[in-house]
Write a protein that binds this ligand. Structure first.
Ligand code: ZN
Length: 451
């Protein structure tokens, strides 16, 4: 056993997992899960969120749901009151119900305070939200930190409301309770952690972010079923912003443990991936994603860090500086259906979901297998034919890539460069580089320096 042999075996296990995965069939299963979760009225607190976390827990042995009480100080924030909706509707002048939370949970402004009363059309209008540019869609709006009530509705409906008196009922409750979040820890041979985080607070929106929730659960199930893992994996399911802040407040030592991480969002729609770098811009995870961008069959766009976006901005704050990037397909706000009722299940492509899961396995395969090696015959090229190292190499471009991988690993393994460095420089998929390292180690031409 050399320092790298565990890592190479761990990486090979991920590769074997991937060989058994049928992304298309898996994508249909993932979309079916999304359909189950889609109608639930989630928010940053409350029973819709709790029920969603319990759904995750039912699928992930070892998953823990945590509750942090209202009023608890978390970093510079405070856990808000818990929000419960019983009913919310508007009746028009003729008594017809014009908007009803029971019909679509986006109809109610998130965190609306209770209200009951009758008011004229013009006054009601101050509490209405719609999208003139998409008159058939319901916008998603919240007011977590400013007390307010409101309704969201298609602009076409709003424009057609006649003058007259409207009866409004917002039967909600804001009361001391708790904020819920959940996490799963999968211990590995190394206590350093790879973190996957996604926000789970949105009500009936599909791509943002039920897509990533079901993909993360599927990834956690696959990794959890492995006989061994090199790294420790932590899956974090939190309400956006306040949930990530709460998680950080409860894991003040995270900065010492987290070796790499990804915030996952919007993984069910559109072709290709967008990766936003960590604050450091050249962390290990950034280099892994650079390699994927160079070698993946799907297109990749790499973007610099920005302190605007999802929970990566909390993880990147100067008191933590966790090496966490963000992987999406289309980023937030860059598809027209974003934060509207049109981000529904019809937007979700099963093959994209399945391929998002496969892509995360590709990333994990690199994380598990990276390590630094030394060529044990560094003076001139060792004679590969004599050692049967060409035997498995067939003709065609596949054989040439295998041969090239052997030569790259031999040339670059000077005890300082890692297999990830070799793959990036060669522009060869990590799997080939890892297979070459395994073959060279078996022929006693390569030894692990550090994993
Ligand atoms: Zn969102």
């Amino acid at each position: 056993m050399t320092p790298g042999s565990d890592a190479l075996a761990a990486s090979r296990r991920i590769c074997e997992l991937m060989a058994r995965l049928d992304p298309a069939a898996e994508g249909y299963r993932l979309k079916a899960s999304m359909a189950e979760l889609y109608p639930w009225p989630r928010s940053i607190t409350g029973d819709g969120l709790r029920r969603t976390l319990d759904w995750i827990g039912d699928r992930l042995p070892g998953f823990v749901r945590r509750e942090v009480l209202t009023g608890t100080a978390v970093l510079d924030w405070e856990i808000p009151r818990e929000w419960t909706v019983r009913q919310a509707w508007i009746d028009g002048p003729d008594g017809d119900r014009v908007v009803d939370f029971a019909a679509h949970n986006l109809h109610l402004l998130g965190y609306s305070v209770p209200f009951q009363g009758t008011l004229p059309r013009a006054e009601l209008d101050e509490h209405l939200h719609s999208l003139p540019e998409h008159p058939a869609w319901i916008p998603y709006r919240t007011s977590y930190y400013r007390e307010s009530w409101g309704f969201c509705l298609p602009h076409a409906t709003r424009s057609a409301l006649p003058d007259g008196q409207y009866t409004v009922r917002v039967d909600t409750e804001l009361a001391p309770g708790a904020l819920s979040y959940g996490e799963l820890l999968l211990p590995g041979n190394d206590a350093r952690e790879i973190v996957f985080s996604c926000h789970v607070c949105h009500p009936s929106l599909a791509n943002d972010n039920l897509s990533s929730l079901v993909v993360a659960v599927a990834l956690a199930r696959l990794l959890g079923a492995l006989p061994a893992r090199r790294w420790t994996y932590r899956f974090v399911f939190v309400p956006g912003t306040i949930g990530a802040i709460t998680w950080l407040a409860e894991h003040p030592d995270a900065a010492h443990r987290v070796a790499a991480g990804l915030v996952l969002a919007n993984l069910g729609h559109a072709d290709g991936f967008t990766y936003q770098r960590t604050e450091a811009e050249d962390a290990w995870i950034d280099r892994v994603l650079e390699l994927r961008a160079a070698t993946a069959s799907e297109a990749y766009e790499l973007r610099p860090f920005s302190p605007f976006g999802y929970d990566e901005r909390q993880y990147a704050s100067p008191g933590f500086r966790l090496p966490v990037g963000r992987l999406t397909r289309t980023p937030h706000g860059e598809y027209p259906e974003y934060h509207t009722s049109a981000d529904d299940l019809s937007l979700i492509r099963p093959d994209r979901l399945g391929r998002s899961l496969a892509e995360l396995l590709e990333i994990v395969e690199i994380l598990e297998g990276d390590g630094v090696y030394r060529n044990l015959s560094p003076r001139g090229e060792p004679q590969l034919g004599r050692r049967d190292l060409y035997r498995s190499i067939g003709g065609g471009s596949d054989g040439r890539e295998r041969e090239l991988a052997l030569l790259w690993v031999l040339n670059q393994s000077d005890g300082a460069r890692s297999l990830l460095d070799v793959a990036r420089r060669a522009g060869i998929p990590f799997r080939r580089i890892r297979e070459a390292a395994e073959a060279l180690a078996a022929a006693e031409l390569l030894e692990g320096v550090r994993a």
